[in-house]
Design a protein around this ligand. Structure first.
Ligand code: AQP
Length: 328
């Protein structure tokens, strides 16, 4: 049985990209492994957040984890800021991470290139180290993430190797667990760019979108002028992205879908996809509405925080001892 850790930050409302890229693997892995699934609220504050939105979204994401099929009897579900060992270990690891390594992180580089570094926080720059702490704290063997997060799992591994070499065996070396297809769902309006919760507009399907909005967003997705439903990422990124989404929510293969829509035009294909999406998302939304304001959700998060704190505190004490942060 492996240890699994992953999290999603409440920097926006959950997207279909988060679901397909990450949550489907959370649900799959919980049956056979020791799983810790977290709402990483401390990562969200690396960019400015409205207090009330942050509070609301943190619980929304926890409720959506459950609504999407994470079972609290199988997995520990908790909020990152309720387990102080994450920030404790984050600092200990920052003192074992080089500035050159952080300079290579593409997410920060992209944001800095787009807007310059003025107004960017040092938290945004060092957040990969906090993410390394999240992962290493639970002796995680596997980290289910989408494509964009692979580099951050790699730096966690590099930090773990360095720490182990310096202080003796302390950390398990984590590996990424990602889909072959669906590890990067693209924006519906710009299929060369990742669907992202902080760019919530027509290009992004939210798990809590109204069915009418879902229809509208799918029907207005950018495609191409060929009108052939065929997977070709290079030349037909829009249709290929829609085929990937279709395949992921129905379990039909891309080839089966190409066959099914061989005589269809893009309008017919998009309508069928929108219908499937609504059928797929409606039970998730119903379950979300049942649990979002229930006592059940708070009980699950209280219990999750207790279990996570027990594991994480033991681990951080071990790490401190290795470093020499010990009085007796
Ligand atoms: N478009 C995507 N396709 C596949 N997987 C995705 N993930 C995010 N977008 C896609 C995966 O979802 C998990 C949670 O991500 P996160 O919230 O920690 O941060 P992120 O990767 O930066 O996600 P967003 O939605 O793009 O957030 P913002 O806009 O706030 O930066 C991760 O496993 C991620 O790979």
């Amino acid at each position: 049985m492996a240890n699994i850790f992953s999290g999603i930050k409440p920097s926006g409302d959950l997207t279909l990209g988060n679901y397909i890229g990450a949550i489907t693997n959370f649900v799959k892995l919980q049956d056979e492994h020791n799983c810790y699934f977290c709402v990483v609220d401390l990562h969200a504050i690396t960019v400015p957040q409205d207090r009330a939105d942050l509070k609301k979204r943190t619980k929304d994401i926890a409720a959506l984890y459950l609504a999407c099929g994470i079972d609290p009897k199988k997995a520990t579900v908790f909020i990152q800021s309720e387990v102080p060992a994450h920030t404790q270990l984050g600092w200990l690891l920052e003192c074992n991470t080089y500035i050159g390594e952080l300079n290579r992180m593409t997410q920060f580089k992209d944001k800095a290139q787009k807007n310059g570094t003025d107004g960017l926080t040092s938290g945004l720059y060092t957040y990969p180290v906090l993410m390394a702490a999240d992962i290493l704290l639970y002796d995680s063997n596997l980290v289910p993430v989408g494509d964009d997060q692979k580099q951050h799992v790699e730096i966690a591994r590099d930090i773990a190797v360095r720490f182990n070499n310096k202080y003796g065996e302390t950390f398990i070396l984590p590996e990424t667990y990602a889909h072959k297809v669906g590890a990067r769902i693209m924006d519906l309006q710009d299929p060369t760019k990742k669907m992202s919760k902080s760019d919530n507009d027509k290009g992004c399907i939210l798990l809590l979108d109204d069915p009418k909005i879902i229809h509208k967003k799918i029907m207005s997705a950018i495609t191409d002028s060929e009108s052939i439903v065929k997977f070709d990422k290079e030349n037909k990124p829009g249709i290929s992205n829609l085929l990937t989404i279709y395949s992921k929510i129905t379990n039909l293969t891309i080839e089966e879908l190409e066959g099914k829509f061989v005589n269809a035009n893009y309008g017919e294909f998009k309508k069928a996809l929108a219908d499937e999406l609504v059928t797929f998302i409606t039970p998730i939304q119903n379950r979300f509405n049942e649990i979002r304001n229930s006592k059940e959700l708070d009980d699950i998060l209280d219990e999750g925080a207790m279990i996570a704190n027990q594991y994480a505190n033991r681990k951080v004490q071990k790490v401190m001892k290795k470093i020499g942060l010990i009085r007796k």
